[in-house]
Design a protein around this ligand. Structure first.
Ligand SMILES: Cc1cc2nc3c(=O)[nH]c(=O)nc-3n(C[C@H](O)[C@H](O)[C@H](O)COP(=O)(O)OP(=O)(O)OC[C@H]3O[C@@H](n4cnc5c(N)ncnc54)[C@H](O)[C@@H]3O)c2cc1C
Length: 459
């Protein structure tokens, strides 16, 4: 096999895919290789079936997080076109350019199977006023909701278009990146490949590996944030006014007690709560489907509090992991609690959950989240539930379910400039692995940005 390429992309998540796609379009003559630790899309299958295999068996590569499509492949496919959240790409490329890149990505998704899906927008929404009256802020965004099923089709179609023009190496994790006099060399299990331009896009699952690359090459990094909280599940009708109008309302609340910001995250109308495995720790997440036959009668969303640490503490992700481990220790996985039980200072039991009116969509262990989450975080979440109750009456009902814990780990931030280039010429770091992005739209947009920069350099 030829192991000398013009461009090597490490990671086939949205960042890597869109970098490869744009290069294929702009410079079809280039030899582009994508190295991916996980499987091709059609071979990605999580063995948990809820029947024979109920919990994570720690596969060699996690099909939820790795493989063609990256961590986003089985996600809800919500592409938020906004600079208000989802990453800080705009700080590098400018606000208008970031928005244009996200719109360009949306266009590609629409021409690859996403056509017909709805684009929601907060602009002119009556909820803005309602939110302000309850100390809540509704963030500005346009949200394209592909849904888990359509998201998969889009990925399938993009892969079909690329597979004969870009060389994909699946189940091939890159072990090392070396700087050459002119270009880069990467080591993988069975050999070495070289290139002039190298784009690293390894996402969250590659964050530990990314740290070793930065240490080896002495690329500066910083890391100080983790988001912690719960996933709320309630009857879809309670949030229907908001979700029908906005699909996903990103709402921020400033607590009266500590002036902490609590925010909604990843809202799934008629969706299901799911387990997520991060480095062997089981946390909670949510999905929803465009196909009505797969929809549930519940809506779920996360309520998260950001924890920023200052010196000397540096391991914000370690902090989040310890709290998630605590819930795993007490509940054997995710814990579920009725809001009414939490407020009364008692654990939920199987009986109390069964007697409630909200049918849980995830089989979790009834327990007590106050034994897991720090008081300050839990107090903030409770305050926000009451604030949300004012714009969506019923949110603070006793039977509302809270699953814990939901943790949003942030990658360390890799020092990159406005071209998303590291301190080394022609070595780029994009997507969630760079710490610049935390979302499908921003990660994809960062891939397009870097591909255009490489194409420009080639003239
Ligand atoms: C369950 C779930 C639901 C989500 N829902 C949404 C949503 O609705 N909207 C949204 O905006 N975001 C969502 N996200 C977040 C979103 O998926 C990520 O922000 C996005 O996938 C980041 O893209 P990326 O390309 O930077 O990284 P990733 O998607 O993580 O892709 C990185 C790829 O690199 C590979 N890799 C890692 N290390 C190596 C190595 N050493 N060598 C080779 N390959 C390597 C990995 O296997 C992976 O496939 C969700 C995430 C999850 C887990």
């Amino acid at each position: 096999m030829n192991t000398n390429f013009d461009v090597i992309i490490i990671g086939a998540g949205p960042g890597g895919i869109f970098a490869a796609y744009e290069l294929m379009k702009l410079k079809p003559e280039l030899s582009v290789a994508v190295f991916e630790s996980g499987n091709p899309l059609e071979k990605r299958k999580c063995p948990i079936d809820g029947d024979k295999i109920k919990s994570c068996i720690n596969c060699p590569t996690c099909s939820i997080m790795s493989g063609f499509g990256g961590a986003g492949a089985f996600s809800d496919g919500k592409y938020n076109i906004t600079n208000a959240f989802g990453g800080t790409l705009y700080e590098h490329v400018g606000r208008d350019a970031a928005t244009d890149l996200m719109k360009y990505v949306d266009n590609i998704n629409m021409t690859h199977g996403g056509e017909g899906t709805k684009l929601y927008t907060t602009s002119g929404s009556e909820f803005k006023k309602k939110c302000i009256q309850s100390r809540l802020t509704l963030l500005d965004a346009s949200v394209r909701h592909l849904g888990t099923d359509k998201n998969y089709v889009v990925l399938e179609n993009i892969y079909k278009e690329m597979k004969d023009k870009v060389q994909f190496f699946f189940r091939t994790p890159v072990e090392k990146v070396r700087k050459l006099d002119d270009g880069y060399e990467v080591d993988y299990k069975d050999g070495t490949a070289s290139c002039k331009y190298c784009v690293i896009s390894v996402g969250r699952s590659g964050s530990k590996w990314m740290k070793t690359v930065c240490d080896d090459l002495q690329i500066p990094t910083k890391s100080n944030r983790v988001d912690l909280g719960v996933r709320v599940e309630l009857p879809a009708v309670v949030f229907e006014d908001i979700t029908n109008a906005l699909y996903e309302g990103k709402i921020v609340y400033q607590t009266q007690k500590f002036e902490d910001n609590v925010r909604t995250f990843c809202m799934n109308p008629h969706g299901a709560v799911v387990n997520e495995n991060t480095n062997g720790i089981i946390t909670v997440n949510g999905h929803s489907y465009e196909d009505p036959s797969l929809q549930t009668e519940n809506t779920n969303f996360a309520l998260l509090v950001s924890k920023h640490f200052s010196e000397p503490f540096k391991d914000s992700n370690g902090y989040g992991e310890s709290i998630a481990r605590l819930s795993n220790m007490l509940g054997g996985g995710v814990i579920v609690q009725r809001f009414g039980d939490l407020e009364r200072g008692r654990r939920s039991t199987v009986k109390r959950i069964e007697e409630g009116t909200v049918r849980p969509t995830l089989k979790a262990t009834p327990g007590d989240l106050s034994l897991v989450l720090p008081k300050r975080i839990l107090d903030g979440i409770i305050e926000m539930i009451y604030a949300l109750d004012k714009i969506a009456p019923g949110t603070a009902n006793d039977d509302t379910l809270l699953y814990g814990v939901e943790v949003k780990f942030y990658n360390m931030e890799v020092a990159v400039d406005e071209k998303l280039e590291t301190i080394y010429p022609d070595l780029f770091c994009i997507g969630d692995g760079s710490g610049v992005t935390h979302s499908l739209s921003h990660a994809s947009a960062s891939g397009v940005h870097v591909a255009r920069e490489i194409a420009k350099r080639l003239g």
